[in-house]
Design a protein. Structure first.
Length: 575
């Protein structure tokens, strides 16, 4: 049995492989990342992978294994891939090796990760016997073991059959060299029925699985096909490598791109009607050393936009947000990383306040959804139509509400503030980690703090958390140590398990988590003084602002999402 008190850093120091000062340096570097200590130590060159394995083996008395020895090659067909799904294996860097009765032997990097070990024990219903290995060996072993089982998303589907036929096609047409096909032959191949059907099935399967993006990635001997579902990439059974050029060309033909141009990035778009639902697709291609990589963004033309109350706001946050968007003027900022749902929140807000009595204008890059009654403009930098030039034109269009896709520079920021000062309601986005940092970012861009304090009415930071599948989520009691550390008061939490409803991922859909900071008199004074972000954050918490982490913990304790999902998306601020 492993001791919870054992720490990897202390083990390495006790083994004489690491000095105290080196450990302190590594811990300091690690605090700014989401990486494990062992990974940080290796990246800093303080120890090697083998040093970590050796220390764990000696101090804990557990065996080690390497890929070359064959000990990291678990048998297939015995249900191990279902016992520990691929997503879980990759998330926690583990690999099931064998099972005997109620005992599961598991290869891992850090047997001291009590959360992961406890989760796996509960997920599998087995006692965990860890075997330690290096990161490179474990990644190779996971790739080898789950190759084929990663086709779980397409299992039993027409896509799988089409993929299998693609290999037969290449065997039957082995004389062709796909890398040196003439332009005419390439176009012909792209328009042949099997390739057309294959690309169509790839797209339809992505729609069926609620994917937001499709990645077609070329490598030396294979193609990788991946879907992004609820923010996570899943690998799908890939077509034959020989069809790479034809598949890419077929996608280019759909969006009217130049199939002869393979050395420069290209962007395009096309639309389809699938199951009576209109879907827009944005396509981006880039050249790589093994051919062109293609990413297809899927934009569903939902007949009905989400309402603000459906996004995940708490009642208090929703009231503050709705009050701000109904103000006659002011600047409202949404902040968060790419893919955190800012655009969805913006459209939901516009949808709630649009009436025939208001003139609403948006300038975006690109326009993702069409809103009836809203004048929408897409920027085109190639002809000089930028956010700043479009905004200046908007001010002469008698607007009531203006939405700016993103504040990227001082000029755009100044026009937004000027518009808010002259009696307009302005929405926009910036990229920062939390709500207070968005205010300091505007100052860093070059705006005077006194102007910001008098124009910004609300800042909303947000993230998207995957929702636990209601059909298979599993209740458990958190360990006392975790309960104390995170202040958990709920008797039970829920974790992901996996079933046919969620394609064995344990999650289905996503929900927003929000940090809504309304600027009261005290906060405006702090902003006017130009205080650092951490001082503003302390003032916001004292004013009653619920942080992203605390808002997320409420959803964890309500059983909406898992603690692991929250830890992977939102950074816990520590004292």
């Amino acid at each position: 049995m492993l001791k919870v008190t054992d720490k990897l850093g202390e083990m390495l120091v006790n083994a004489g492989l690491l000095g105290r000062e080196q450990l302190a340096k590594a811990l300091d570097v690690q605090r700014g990342t989401r990486k494990r200590l062992g990974e940080t130590l290796v990246e800093l060159g303080l120890v090697s992978d083998l040093d970590v394995v050796t220390a764990l083996t000696k101090q804990l008395g557990i065996p080690s294994a390497t890929f070359a020895s064959g000990l990291l090659s678990p048998p297939k067909g015995e249900g191990l891939e279902k016992l520990v799904p691929e997503e879980f294996a990759r998330q926690y860097s583990v690999l099931p090796l064998s099972r005997h009765l109620n005992s599961l032997t598991l290869a891992c990097l850090n047997p001291l990760d009590i959360i992961a070990m406890d989760n796996l024990s509960r997920l599998t219903g087995c006692e965990i016997n860890p075997v330690v290995t290096t990161k490179s060996d474990l990644e190779r072993a996971i790739d080898a073991f789950y190759s084929g089982s990663a086709t779980m998303l397409a299992s039993g589907s027409m896509l799988r059959d089409a993929v299998n036929k693609s290999y037969q096609m290449m065997e039957d047409d082995a004389a062709d060299d796909p890398d040196h096909l003439s332009l005419d032959r390439l176009k012909q191949a792209a328009e042949e029925a099997p390739v057309v059907r294959l690309v169509d099935l790839i797209i339809r399967e992505a729609i069926k699985r609620r994917a937001s993006d499709i990645h077609v990635e070329p490598f030396q001997d294979t193609i990788k096909l991946r879907y992004r579902i609820d923010g996570v990439l899943y690998e799908i059974a890939p077509p034959a490598k020989g069809l790479q050029a034809a598949i890419v060309s077929r996608i280019k033909i759909l969006c009217k791109l130049d199939i002869a141009q393979k050395r420069l990035p290209q962007d395009g778009a096309f639309s389809m009607e699938l199951e009576e639902l209109g879907v827009d697709f944005r396509v981006s291609t880039i050249p790589t050393i093994y051919g062109e990589k293609v990413v297809i963004r899927i934009l569903r033309k939902s007949p009905e936009l989400l309402q603000l109350k459906q996004l995940g706001f708490s009642p208090k946050e929703l009231e503050a947000f709705q009050r701000a968007i109904r103000d006659p003027y002011g600047l409202i900022l949404l902040t968060g990383p790419t893919g955190s749902g800012k655009t969805t929140t913006l459209y939901a807000a516009l949808n709630e306040i649009r009436t025939s009595a208001k003139n609403l204008l948006t300038i975006e890059d690109p326009v993702e959804y069409r809103l009836l009654g809203v004048n929408q403009m897409q920027i085109k930098p190639s002809i000089g139509l930028t956010f700043a030039t479009g905004l200046r034109a908007f001010l002469r269009q008698d607007p009531d509400v203006i939405m700016v896709g993103e504040v990227r520079d001082q000029e755009t920021a100044e026009i937004c503030v000027r518009a808010a000062l002259t009696g307009h309601l302005v929405f926009s986005t910036v990229h920062t980690n939390d709500a207070p940092s968005a205010v300091t970012r505007m100052i860093d861009i070059g705006l005077p703090s006194y102007l910001i304090s008098s124009t910004i009415s609300l800042v909303c930071a947000q993230r998207l958390l995957r929702k636990l599948c209601e059909h298979c989520r599993e209740a458990y009691e958190p360990l006392p140590e975790i309960r104390r550390q995170l202040g958990i008061t709920a008797e039970l939490l829920y974790r992901a398990k996996g079933c046919e409803h969620c394609t064995q991922t344990g999650y289905q859909g996503r929900i927003g988590v929000y940090e809504v900071m309304s600027l009261n008199k005290e906060l405006r004074n702090l902003v006017a003084q130009g205080v650092p972000a951490h001082v503003l954050r302390e003032g916001a918490v004292q004013a009653g602002v619920v942080t992203l982490w605390d808002a997320g913990m409420k959803k964890v304790q309500a059983g909406v999402t898992s603690l692991e999902e929250l830890q992977g998306v939102v950074l816990l601020e520590r004292e």
